[in-house]
Ligand binder design. Sequence first.
Ligand SMILES: [Ca+2]
Length: 279
Amino acid sequence: MKTVAVAFILLAVTAASAVEITVTTDPPVAAANLIANPSIEDGDGEPAAWRFGTAVPENFNNHWENTGRTGSRSLHVSAIEKVMSGYWTQAVNVQPGASYLLAGYYRTSGGRLLIFAKANYERDGVAMHFDERFYAGSKRDHWLSPVFLPPEAMTDPEVDEWVRFEKMLQIPPEVSEIAISMGSYFSPGETWFDDIYLGPATTDLHVAVDPAGAQLKSVRIIDEAGTELYVSPEGPVIIEPFEITVEDTQTQATWSVIATDTAGNETSVAYPAPGGEVQ
Ligand SMILES: [Ca+2]
């Protein structure tokens, strides 16, 4: 009898763990990113698709960093003095008139950084400039510190803490290419950039659940903050495969899909997969 009991338990465990959850997006997030080499992993001696520009090269000591937020590489800017700005830049083809999210991550030892999108174009024969900027800075080396700023105002992230930036861009109807630049803005310090994204701000999230013999009590989709995007209706247990579509979810968010069976066992899938590149 003991053997039978063990066999039953193994069967139950197998059934519970066989729940299959498949998560996809439309458009696929990886394909939606217009940035080439977004995680800075590709290159031959120097990062592919990115080039560094400054009027004073001797003020910079950059390298293709051997660490990153994801993967093992990132862009690095090291400005020695505050004599000149310098930026890593990439030209990107865009859909005229489109609305895009520009996002990514930086970490910094101090100083000011500037991320901007730029294009020159003509409208009715008049020279126009598309110029969208995102300034970020650290107060760590601020000249007011520590005399005029109280210690509690020094809320800088740690040097090893990756900080997310986001900016919505409305592309003018005349513009089909923009330059994305990220770098140091007239201040000394070291800054790193990784996981750069330019693309649609929203996407449709498709989740397919196959109980595969398990009896599911509930299926939930939650975001990073724990907010529920979807909860299956209460009622009969779920034994048939089914699909859910949640429209207009944030392209750059991370979701968890959690299926719970009638015994309380949970099967969860994170999307994008942990440690994967955010693309
Ligand atoms: Ca990387």
